[in-house]
Design a protein around this ligand. Sequence first.
Ligand SMILES: Cc1cc2nc3c(=O)[nH]c(=O)nc-3n(C[C@H](O)[C@H](O)[C@H](O)COP(=O)(O)OP(=O)(O)OC[C@H]3O[C@@H](n4cnc5c(N)ncnc54)[C@H](O)[C@@H]3O)c2cc1C
Length: 528
Amino acid sequence: MTREEMLARARGRREPWDLVIVGGGASGVGVAVDAAARGYDVLLLEQHDFGKGTSSRSTKLVHGGVRYLEQGNVALVLEALKERGLLRQNAPHLVSDLAFVVPNYEWWEAPFYGMGLKVYNLLAGKYGFGASEILSRDETLARLPTIRTEGLRGGVVYYDGQFDDARLLVNLVTTAAEQGAVLLNYSPVTGVTRDAEGFVDGVVARDLETGEELRAGARLVINCTGPFTDGVRRLADPAAVPLIAPSQGAHLVFDRSFLPTDTAIMVPHTKDGRVMFAIPWHGHTLVGTTDTAIDSPGLEPRAFAQEVDFILETAGLYLHHAPTRADVTSVFVGIRPLVRSGDAKSTAALSRDHTIHIDASGLLSLTGGKWTTYRNMAEDAVDQAATLARLPDRDCATRTLNIHGFHPSAERFGSLSVYGADALGIQELIAAEPTLGEPLHTALPCCGAEVIWAARHEMARSVEDVLARRTRALFLNAAAAIDMAPRVADLMARELGRDAAWRSQQVHAFGALAAGYRLDGALNGRGQ
Ligand SMILES: Cc1cc2nc3c(=O)[nH]c(=O)nc-3n(C[C@H](O)[C@H](O)[C@H](O)COP(=O)(O)OP(=O)(O)OC[C@H]3O[C@@H](n4cnc5c(N)ncnc54)[C@H](O)[C@@H]3O)c2cc1C
């Protein structure tokens, strides 16, 4: 899968594609996999890198959503629990079971949460991840050695799924390509074309690497641009009534000492009535998230000072050693593409169900939903798209489709386990050139062979693509990622045939971007 080959195929196509997909996040790439697996001709265009938007910035949970159960949205929970099971089945190298403990400090919490989590598990049926259980105080402490002990009565343990969102996305891009789709990153869609009756029949895009204009005809254009959905809808109809109420969620990352265990903490009711998680992730502790309405989406959202304070304060209520700003190794923010509702009082109350919206121009938008349900969302969207575009009826094939990298016991590859079967290819690179196996930083296990692999096989085009999404260095430890950038730039320049000017521009650009992931960098100025 090389970008050069993808570009040549996009350029060379004369007849219309069955489907052109705008947006390379979970929704768009999910649709590309589904449609290509049914045998439709598919082109996907992403304005930046695959996963640059929300899909690399989630809480990394493959979950039914305990909170939605509390809100009474049983249908969404049922759907998500089923999808959770399918995702673990189809991508076991990236999705794993994780124990979550709800710590109890009040007498009523154990029976209350114990019962709710039993229902949660029952709803999962044959896709269940393990039975929930009420824990004594000692059992809770054994699972969570750093939990605050004053007033601790016990806990309730339940099981859910965890994943690496950007790695799953990259593997889905490869899966779609293997099924015949053409996918291009760094190709923003800037306009639409119309047929004689005024219906959208294609898109105009720009290849950011050559500056060349790309035109692609389509039987149907599917808009999967998440928080940017309304912007693309306005390309087809400048007066389109907005569909999205964007809301951002921040996460703070700390080192493993704050949660030196393989069990996560789930706080079911924060001060603002939300759920908060502290989870072990890639040898670090990830804590989040918030839900703050924002006016308009951006590609690099920044945390508000209040969000940082809120997460630190909440973590401090549950952890024996309260973390401070100085302990934060990375801060990252994602934007929820929530669908507007006239009567919702806050974005936390807006539905997490997905929506398929068809504009009068014939543009189909798929938005909302969750990472966990991306496959089901895609199935739904392609069913409707096939009808609208008068494509031959073909059954969805993704319920049992292995995702690229599928490996039943990838943990044997150690720090390369997220690559699944591809770890063997990375090991071959190291065998041929042993220095490529050396870690690029003492704080993180990423090695040079991963950089070469990303540039050669995963369409990584910049230092940021490698450090933010092919590896997760930026999201784990921003300072370490900045230190790694020069070496990553050297390796990429070698692999992609770039010159010294490219190398220094890349190091500079990455340093500026990564400053926004450090708390001593920039916070969002609003309301500080
Ligand atoms: C804080 C937070 C935590 C979350 N945690 C979880 C979780 O733990 N589990 C879970 O299941 N779900 C979670 N979610 C939800 C999940 O992450 C999202 O539902 C999902 O990632 C949305 O994917 P998307 O493809 O619709 O949007 P995005 O990932 O944002 O993708 C849209 C893409 O469109 C591209 N684009 C925009 N305009 C154009 C254009 N003109 N041309 C080409 N491309 C364009 C963007 O660059 C972007 O890459 C979370 C969400 C947030 C915000």
